[in-house]
Design a protein around this ligand. Structure first.
Ligand SMILES: [Zn+2]
Length: 295
């Protein structure tokens, strides 16, 4: 089997302080997600390691999603390219960077395959037009098709919340999944491609709302995902990286993002190869591509 990489992109999660009053990763301590100052160096179940990863790109101000995700999925210092951190969805300049450097495009150019595991609705494309997320834009830049809602019924896609409740809440006809079912589906999708991206965004939302309850649910969901997913994968062939675009949920004393480093949590065949090459978020795409190049 060829090498495969699964990237679990968790929006807005950094490595925070040891204070349980502000850091939910301390208050709801979980062995898979030890994202605090003195615990991040612990080995994680299934021989995972954490690399502390700078997300500020050497640019003043609070890191934001549009620039952070462009850096993550393209391997370019997007904040320096545009002179600041940009929030929300990619602007025209960032879209150009994505269209020229997306990890999916770079995979395509190498004759490799990539996919985005998240299901998207027709309305998402119809209503948003050019203002789509960096993840979706990156996928399309490589010419790979998005997974639509019908793929949920075929158990060939997952939703960002891992249960499909968000889509159902919008009035859409979707099946409900348990987190365990979503984990199984993600593992099946990874079997078919060299690179699979999954995006989880409730973490950033919990951070902005300074909501400890929601943060606890996020940690619980991610922990169940990893507990079910990792033993299901052949880690001698597969590499898993869980990472983020900027800090946020690890410090609920503020409702903004933070300048904290983010975790690059690594498991499997490429663990040490990637760990040696990652210091900042813009290192992640080149590290993944170099790993796949050695196949
Ligand atoms: Zn945010």
């Amino acid at each position: 089997m060829p090498k495969r990489v699964l990237m679990i992109f968790v929006d807005g999660v950094g490595i925070g302080s040891d204070n349980p009053e502000s850091n939910p990763f301390v208050r709801f301590a979980d062995p898979f997600l030890p994202f605090s100052e003195t615990h991040w160096q612990k080995e994680v179940p299934y021989s995972g390691v954490i690399v502390k990863t700078a997300a500020d790109m050497g640019v003043a101000g609070l890191p934001q999603s549009a620039t952070g995700q462009t850096a993550l999925f393209c391997g370019v210092n997007s904040a320096q390219a545009v002179g600041r951190h940009i929030a929300g969805f990619p602007t025209p300049t960032l879209r150009k960077l994505i269209d020229a450097h997306s990890i999916f495009l770079q995979l395509k150019q190498r004759g490799k395959t990539g996919t985005f595991a998240n299901a998207l609705s027709e309305d998402y494309f119809r209503l948003r037009g050019e203002r789509i997320s960096a993840t979706t834009r990156s996928l399309l830049a490589g010419g790979f098709p998005p997974r639509m809602l019908d793929a949920l019924w075929q158990k060939r896609a997952v939703s960002h919340d891992l249960t499909n409740e968000f889509l159902a809440g919008m009035g859409l006809e979707v099946p409900r999944f348990t987190v365990e079912q979503s984990a199984e589906i993600l593992a099946d999708i990874l079997d078919e491609v060299h690179f699979c991206l999954f995006e989880f965004i409730l973490s950033d939302r919990a951070g902005h709302r300074q909501d400890f309850n929601a943060a606890g649910q996020v940690i619980h969901k991610l922990s169940i995902l990893l507990q079910r997913l990792l033993p299901r994968l052949t880690l001698s062939e597969v590499t898993v990286i869980l990472t983020s675009d900027h800090g946020n949920m690890e410090d609920l004393s503020v409702k903004t993002h933070t300048r904290n480093p983010v975790p690059a949590l690594l498991w499997g065949a490429g663990r040490d190869f990637l760990a040696d090459r990652i210091q900042k978020i813009e290192d992640i795409t080149p590290a993944i591509l170099s790993w796949l190049d050695t196949d």
